[in-house]
Design a protein around this ligand. Structure first.
Ligand SMILES: Cc1ncc(COP(=O)(O)O)c(C=O)c1O
Length: 359
């Protein structure tokens, strides 16, 4: 066999591979997966029926343009259908956005720590990442992010609520920031956890996009709508950003099953958002429980909580796993724990208490 191997782009060197949340152990006593910010509820019966019916035609390609879903979303949000672009999960759309705006010599700004996919998709594009540290309270430092803009900046991610801290930025500060961003720099408001927000200070990105051609909003069916495994997300953006997303989309990337499941999920929104309401109640219980134990927990508006554990991060994650819940450690930094089913949250709270007592 030849010693040489195909030449790969130098930009790919050193890219950390995306680490999915660890699955729950199958051989332990009980094991709950609280490591991927998934929705713990099983699919609604109506969604399941639609998916099963759609599966009968998977010998055919899906609707390339996702027409039915795009129309449904356009009506739901009161935007032109030409402003809606779908993709293989919102991470797929995020990657298309970077691909459409940035390449070698360009810069992409985002807060850090934030969603782990941002550095990966930026590096793949050949652009440079500019990471702006969160404030000591774990919130986006929007003033510092605006200060970091240069002539080379092409795209800025604002993750609201932020993954993994759950913290939010409010309307006033976000508008002040947007006023400082030049019109030729794209601002992506990543609202993957939008439906879990209860803080009235947080604006709906779709309202902000309407008056600002350089603002794009990212949403997903993976979290509140419980379709993580089907891979469907979308952006709302003005032309030509939405058109660029159609150009960079993987052809037929969103399956027909996913398209139809997303449509019925939008129509079953009351029931799904009722489930979100229950998770929000659980979130309150988990946060209050942790605080009562003496932990410092940032105010979260997402379906997870953040514990800044520093050097004790891995030990804490291991203690949780022994207790029966798998959480998401970011070694040296902190642990993100998804709010799951009541029983899982109980096990987690108990494990957290045990860990604290052992300190
Ligand atoms: C902030 C944020 N954006 C986007 C995504 C991507 O979700 P999906 O690709 O499933 O839509 C996630 C998933 O964890 C996320 O946390």
């Amino acid at each position: 066999m030849s010693e040489t191997s195909p030449k790969l782009r130098a930009e790919l060197e050193g890219i950390p591979t995306y680490k999915p949340g660890k699955p729950a152990a199958s051989d332990g006593p009980v094991a709950y997966k609280l490591s991927s910010n998934e929705n713990p509820y099983p699919p609604l019966p109506g969604v399941m029926e639609t998916v099963t019916a759609a599966a009968a035609s998977f010998n055919r390609y899906p609707d390339l343009a996702c027409t039915g879903l795009v129309d449904e979303l356009a009506e739901r949000f009161g935007v032109p259908a030409s402003h809606v672009a779908t993709g293989t999960g919102s991470v797929g759309v995020a990657q298309q956005l970077v691909q459409a705006t940035a390449g070698p010599g360009d810069e992409v700004i985002y807060a850090w720590r934030s969603f782990e996919a941002y550095p990966i998709i930026t590096q793949i594009s050949g652009a440079a990442s500019v990471r702006v540290p969160l404030t000591p309270g774990d919130v986006h430092d929007l003033d510092a992010m605006a200060d970091a803009i240069t002539e080379r900046t092409r795209l800025i991610f604002v993750c609201n609520p932020n993954n993994p801290t759950g913290t939010v930025v409010g309307r006033e500060e976000l508008e002040r920031f947007l006023d400082r961003v030049p019109g030729d720099v794209l601002v992506v408001l990543d609202e993957a956890y939008r439906e879990f927000i209860r803080d009235p200070r947080v604006p709906d990105g779709i309202e902000l996009y309407r008056e600002r051609p350089n603002v794009c909003v990212l949403r997903t069916f993976s979290k509140a709508y419980g379709l993580a495994g089907l891979r469907v997300g979308f952006a709302v953006a003005h032309e030509p950003v939405a058109a660029a997303l159609r150009k960079t989309a993987v052809p037929f990337g969103v399956s027909q099953i996913a398209q139809e499941a997303a449509i019925v999920s939008l129509r079953a929104e009351d029931e799904l958002l009722g489930r979100v309401g229950s998770l929000v109640c659980e979130r309150t219980r988990v946060v209050e429980g942790l605080r009562a134990q003496g932990w410092t927990v940032p105010e979260t508006q997402a379906n997870f909580v953040w514990l800044r554990l520093g050097e004790r991060t891995v030990a804490f994650a291991e203690a949780c796993e022994r207790a029966g819940v798998v959480v998401r450690p970011f070694p040296g930094d902190g642990v993100r724990v998804t709010v799951g089913e009541t029983e899982a949250n109980d096990i987690f709270l108990k494990a957290a208490e045990g860990f604290r007592k052992g300190l």
